[in-house]
Design a protein around this ligand. Structure first.
Ligand code: ADP
Length: 486
């Protein structure tokens, strides 16, 4: 496992936040928000807290939701130094705040930003209230979608695109146009105006997202700050337990069996890995490396591995839209890793986890490089993930983002068969033969042709002919929008 890898961490500049003005992904001021103004480079940057944050480490500063803070230093990507209204100064997680001028829709409880159709549906279903709604970024860039839950006839979520007329006004049903999205939402709070229900309520407070590390510049975690709770499972590296950091942050603690990994190399790498941050990646908070066994501390994911989740859920409960939504979330996390030139090397349903609101995240990225067990690292080994490996990995152990793409195709197959084992009971040597001959997995029962053809594109023999994760995201969201839309 000596393949070359490069990690590019992008150092942010002040303009990063300004760029969010036109990007729905950043939830910045969209055209429908009255407050979009040109930016004056000389002025002080003021941010508003989207979530509360509790400072525990010295040097950090607590955030109160909705309060304003002056930014003193934003030269680090994930932790900024800010000043509160009392003049106290400290570090805060940069993903917990938004620049006041570009805050746009984010100040509204009903705006959830980058949320998939499937995630919105499960969030609203969980609330189970007539007229419960959210507004999210549409899969078409720059557009917004209203997701609205109704119990009329039978419980269901309807999705409406927020459209704009030639005068730039916003509407859901064309009789009722408003100059901004907040005004449109307000109108539909009082009039259903063609929707399946009036807009009545929004889901309870959204949980705060994970931070990059547990505190500013902290990746070494003091084990005395961790309370270890029940066992969550056991993997090839050892036992995983739920933990609470400083009494309030849920974590998963992987206790690495001694001798299973090259620890010093991993500890070095962990400093970089804590800085990888995406909604569809399981956040690495840090490590406890001063004692043995070392602990790897990550974000806690309530519903465990995607593989087990698929196995214990009946296929009727998970329709094609939900299954596709899971694949899109994994693809989104992988597109981020691809952009950072970071190779996963062991992508499979067992290495993805399911959290609150059925969000799916990719875990264990890059870990394979530090495993010491030959049976796992060499393609001839009994523990090597052969069934997820493309020809160039089987032949030359040549890992790349395109070998991750092949594995993603197999993961899609696992999802659409609800957790069947690829190639059934075939022996590893038979699988290798089959893959070398260009034979691929069959179409899962009931799987749409459009979805199966995406899997087949991931299994093209030559790595360069496989689509990138970025292209896969476009393909999958187009299928979601055009083939599976209500
Ligand atoms: P493996 O070594 O086989 O990849 P892991 O050590 O990653 O397995 O995890 C073993 C089990 O522990 C998983 O199947 C899952 O049930 C549980 N687990 C691992 N990480 C988490 C987490 N972050 N949150 C919740 N459960 C987890």
């Amino acid at each position: 496992m000596n393949s070359k890898y490069i990690v590019l961490m992008v150092r942010p500049v002040l303009q990063t936040v300004t760029a969010a003005v036109t990007m729905p992904g950043g939830g910045g001021a969209p055209p429908g928000t009255p407050s979009a103004k040109p930016k004056d480079k000389q002025r002080t940057k003021v941010v508003v807290a989207l979530y509360p944050f509790k400072a525990i480490e010295s040097g950090d500063l607590s955030l109160e939701k909705g309060a304003e803070y002056e930014v003193i230093d934003d030269s680090q990507e994930h932790w900024w130094k800010v000043k509160d209204e009392n003049g106290s100064i400290g570090y805060i997680p940069s993903n917990y705040v938004k620049e006041k001028e570009t805050i746009g829709l984010q100040k509204y409880e009903w705006y959830v930003g980058e949320m998939s159709r499937q995630h919105a549906e499960s969030l609203l279903k969980q609330e189970d209230k007539e007229g419960c709604f959210v507004v999210r970024n549409s899969s078409t860039k720059g557009m917004y979608t209203l997701s609205l839950y109704t119990k009329f006839n039978h419980p269901q979520t309807k999705h409406y695109h927020i459209k704009q007329n030639t005068r730039g006004e916003f509407y859901l049903s064309d009789k009722h146009c408003c100059p901004s999205i907040p005004e449109l939402i307000n109108y539909h709070k009082h009039n259903s105006g063609g929707l399946c229900s009036r807009l009545k309520t929004t889901p309870c407070d959204r949980p705060a997202p994970p931070t990059a590390g547990l505190s500013h510049d902290k990746w070494e975690i003091d084990p005395s700050e961790l309370v270890l709770l029940e066992e969550l499972g056991a993997g090839q590296f050892g036992v995983v337990r739920r933990g609470r950091w400083c009494g309030y942050i849920d974590t998963a603690v992987k206790m690495m069996k001694e001798g299973t990994m090259s620890e010093d190399d991993f500890i070095e790498e962990a400093k970089v890995m804590t800085k990888l941050k995406h909604d569809n990646l399981v956040q690495l908070y840090g490590v406890c490396s001063k004692h043995r066994p070392i602990y790897i501390v990550t974000e806690y994911m309530r519903h465990g591995s995607l593989f087990n989740y698929l196995r214990r859920t009946s296929p009727d409960q998970l329709g094609p839209a939900v299954l596709l939504g899971m694949c899109i979330q994994v693809c989104n996390g992988m597109a981020y890793l691809e952009k950072q030139n970071y190779i996963h090397r062991d992508l499979a349903a067992r290495n993805c986890l399911v959290g609150d609101g059925k969000v799916v995240k990719v875990a264990d990225f890059g870990l394979a490089r530090y495993v010491l067990d030959d049976q796992y690292t060499s393609s001839g080994g009994t523990k090597f993930p052969i069934k997820w490996a493309p020809p160039e990995v089987l032949n030359y152990t040549r890992f790349s983002s395109k070998s991750d793409v092949w594995a993603f195709g197999v993961l899609m197959w696992e999802v659409f068969t609800c957790g069947q084992v690829p190639y059934g009971r075939m022996k590893n040597s038979e699988v290798v033969d089959m893959v070398q001959k260009g034979q691929v997995l069959e179409k899962p029962k009931g799987c749409l042709n459009e979805i199966y053809s995406v899997m087949r594109a991931c299994w093209r023999h030559m790595p360069d002919e496989r689509p990138s994760f970025r292209v896969l995201m476009d393909k999958l969201t187009t299928i979601e929008r055009t083939v599976l839309a209500d």
